[in-house]
Design a protein around this ligand. Structure first.
Ligand SMILES: NC(=O)c1ccc[n+]([C@@H]2O[C@H](COP(=O)([O-])OP(=O)(O)OC[C@H]3O[C@@H](n4cnc5c(N)ncnc54)[C@H](O)[C@@H]3O)[C@@H](O)[C@H]2O)c1
Ligand SMILES: N[C@@H](CC=O)C(=O)O
Length: 463
């Protein structure tokens, strides 16, 4: 069995660095240390935890360029997006540094003069996190910051494709003064480390971002020790464009949503449903914008769409596009690839598919690639039925300037995140998460710290 993970640049296939895999014993030791340090960290006062988190955020900002370059090298993400992700990552630390000081309890009026009732909250314990390659910085801080703010200790296993960004963030946390037993990083293969996490008596909570099948497995494996679980899983976001929508704005927001990280974002629009009366104009304007996108190595400053992460991701995208074309979809732009299996790089050119229908795989499954399938509808209820007709329920978008249509869509769509005339809803101060098979729990906002806290009820009698 290999003892290291080869981290490669998805834009060239070249080796960047070999990262040593931690042994089973080392990982179990890390979990034990995390469990033991919970005793001291959970007693550190909230203002001090907030101060350390703020230091961490500052250290990351001081190293913004280096982190962004590392991220682009290992994930393929355009450098401008990596720089943006560093800001996005620290926005979670900043937010939860403040929230640490607001973990209020409450009192409840008792039904007896001799009793008092108090409710307080305390950290759940050691948290084990598994993070994905598509946002190697922000998905880590979105979990670590609320956990540390709440008083939990934290062990993270980053994705095999992108461990370097996470390792750098953890190193900076130590420089900021966060104790090395409180925040730890271990490296290894997902399934192997995942089992150590779920089997461990020391881990009280599992938090995961990644695919739905792995999320389901982690939920099942957490059952024996009844761990808390937070799951941020796959999506299949619909975008409904009503007949009264501002078409130019909808086009601009479609591009902003779809091509972020080459379409490898869990909330990227995955299927467009446009009213038949404006479909032609929308498709024409969209194709014009998509044609102008620059594909290339993410380190080049003008690149807007980088490579996809690996061959597995590439094959999934190609099979969805081919299936759609075989079943009658029209290619308005794209369906071009620059891929080399031997060298190990996979570029998918932005693609617009028209006349797409619900029988096609691309309308059923998450794509995780820069492809826009367009379908039309006549009545808004038809669009809602198609949008909701999926096991996923992460994000949905709708474009309308009619407040009645917008309110109706808000109420009818079964998704945890809705963008009404907004293709970029992510924010540290808002609750992010999915319904149905897209996940459990929320990250971000005041809700995002709750999953790291237990509620304790105290009843005092005989007063
Ligand atoms: N929600 C998201 O942000 C997100 C992120 C990554 C991937 N995905 C989806 O998943 C698809 C496949 O991508 P992927 O293969 O990298 O996702 P994945 O779920 O396999 O990987 C995500 C993380 O889970 C870990 N992992 C893998 N198998 C595991 C197991 N058995 N137990 C514990 N941890 C395990 C990986 O090491 C990685 O850290 C993508 O095409 C996309 O549809 C979604
Ligand atoms: N990084 C995404 C979530 C997962 O892909 C976001 O926060 O918008």
């Amino acid at each position: 069995m290999t003892k290291s993970i080869k981290v490669k640049n998805p834009a060239t296939g070249q080796l960047i660095q070999e990262v040593r895999k931690n042994t089973e014993e080392e990982i179990n030791q890390a979990l034990k240390r995390g469990h033991e340090s919970f005793q001291s960290w959970s007693k550190v006062n909230a203002h001090e935890r907030a101060r350390l988190l703020k230091n961490w955020s500052l250290k990351i900002q001081e190293n913004k360029e280096v982190i962004a370059e590392t991220m682009t090298l290992e994930s393929g993400k355009p450098i401008q997006e990596s720089l943006g992700e560093v800001d996005y990552a620290t926005s979670y630390i900043d937010w939860y540094a403040e929230e640490a000081k607001r973990l209020y309890g409450r009192t409840i009026p008792a039904a007896s003069e001799t009793k008092r009732i108090m409710v307080s909250r305390q950290p759940v314990g050691l948290v084990a996190a598994i993070t994905p390659w598509n946002f190697p910085a922000a998905m880590m801080t979105r979990k670590a910051a609320p956990a540390l703010a709440a008083g939990c200790t934290f062990v993270v296993k980053p994705a095999e494709e992108t461990p370097l960004t996470t390792m750098k963030l953890v190193e900076l946390a130590y420089e900021a003064g966060i104790p090395s037993d409180v925040l730890q990083c271990v490296n290894g293969i997902g399934s192997e480390v995942g089992s150590l996490f779920t089997d461990s008596e020391f881990v009280r909570k599992i938090t995961f971002t990644g695919s739905t099948p792995v999320g389901k497995l982690l939920i099942k494996n957490s059952a024996d020790t009844v761990k808390h679980v937070s799951m941020e899983l796959g999506g299949h976001a619909p975008m409904i464009i009503a007949e009264d929508a501002d078409i130019d704005f909808a086009v601009e927001q479609t591009v902003a949503s779809k091509f972020r990280n080459a379409g490898q974002t869990c909330i990227c629009v995955n299927r467009v449903l446009v009213h038949e009366s404006i479909a032609e104009e929308y498709a024409e304007k969209l194709t014009e914008k998509v044609r102008a996108l620059k594909v290339g190595n993410g380190l080049e400053k003008d690149t807007q769409v980088g490579p996809v992460i690996n061959e597995k991701g590439f094959e999934k995208i190609v099979s969805q596009v081919n299936d759609a074309i075989e079943k009658g979809a029209e290619v308005l732009h794209g369906n071009e690839y620059d891929a080399n299996r031997d060298e190990g790089y996979f570029f998918v050119h932005p693609t617009v598919l028209n006349n797409v229908d619900s029988d096609m795989k691309i309308m059923q499954e998450e794509t995780f690639g820069p492809i826009i399938p367009i379908s039309t509808f006549k009545e808004i209820d038809e669009a809602i039925a198609i949008a909701n007709g999926t096991p996923y329920g992460l994000a949905a978008y709708f474009f309308t300037n009619n407040y009645k249509t917008g309110t109706y869509l808000h109420e009818q769509l079964d998704f945890g995140i809705l963008g009404w005339n907004d293709g970029a809803p992510s924010a540290a101060h808002a609750p992010f998460g999915g319904m149905k098979e897209s996940g459990l729990g929320r990250e971000g906002g005041s809700e995002g710290i709750d999953p790291y806290l237990e509620t304790k009820y105290l009843s005092i009698g005989n007063l």
